[in-house]
Structure formats: C-alpha cells, structure tokens
Write a protein that binds this ligand. Structure first.
Ligand SMILES: [Cu+2]
Length: 105
C-alpha cells in the first residue's frame, strides 16, 4: 500500500508539472474581456465571440503569427501558444481591440 501511495504521488507530481491550462478570452462590446493575460508555453486560449456581430482574431507578432479569421456570436476558436514572449492580438474588424498575451517558459 505504501509503495502504491508513493508511486501515485510521483505520478501525480509529474502530471502537475506537465499540465497545460486552457483559458477563455471573450470579445464583448467591441473589447477583449482582459487587456493582458499571462500564460505558460503549451497553454491554450479559446477566443469566444460574445457579441451579436462578427469579430476577427489575428496576430502579426514575431513570437506567434496567426489569423483565425472572422466568426459570429457564440463561436470560439483555440490557439495553442508555443513560443515564449509577448503576443499582440487584434481584431481586423475593430481596430481599437487589443490584447497582449505574455507567454512564459
Ligand atoms: Cu472585433
């Protein structure tokens, strides 16, 4: 029993070290739900459109370049952040919308 508990404890700590997290950032009233978010490499952010009109998601950052396109209310699309650094995220439809993702190692 002791060996089982010890083994399980080691397994549990390995899982904790390797665990990646998932976050949701919504787009509501033509703004991101947060201005900045700090995550770790390997984490995922789901970008949720919570407005009754289309939003877009893209990043021209050197750290991570992507374009999720435009999509309607209640739709979300994920991005896995794979490189440490700062990622500036914008909406091509509403130029005032800005989000900074800090990706930590
Ligand atoms: Cu928008």
């Amino acid at each position: 029993m002791k060996i089982f508990i010890l083994t399980f404890g080691i397994w549990l700590s390995i899982q904790t070290v390797n665990a990646t997290e998932e976050f949701v950032v919504s787009q509501k009233d033509k703004a991101f739900s947060v201005e900045t978010i700090s995550i770790n490499v390997g984490d995922t952010i789901y970008f949720l459109n919570a407005d009754p009109f289309f939003h877009n998601i893209f990043s021209l950052s050197d750290t991570q370049f992507f374009d999720l396109g435009s999509y309607p209310k209640d739709e979300s699309r994920p991005v896995v952040f794979t490189t440490p650094g700062l990622v500036q995220i914008e909406c091509a439809i509403h130029s005032q919308m800005m989000l900074t993702v800090e990706v930590k190692e």
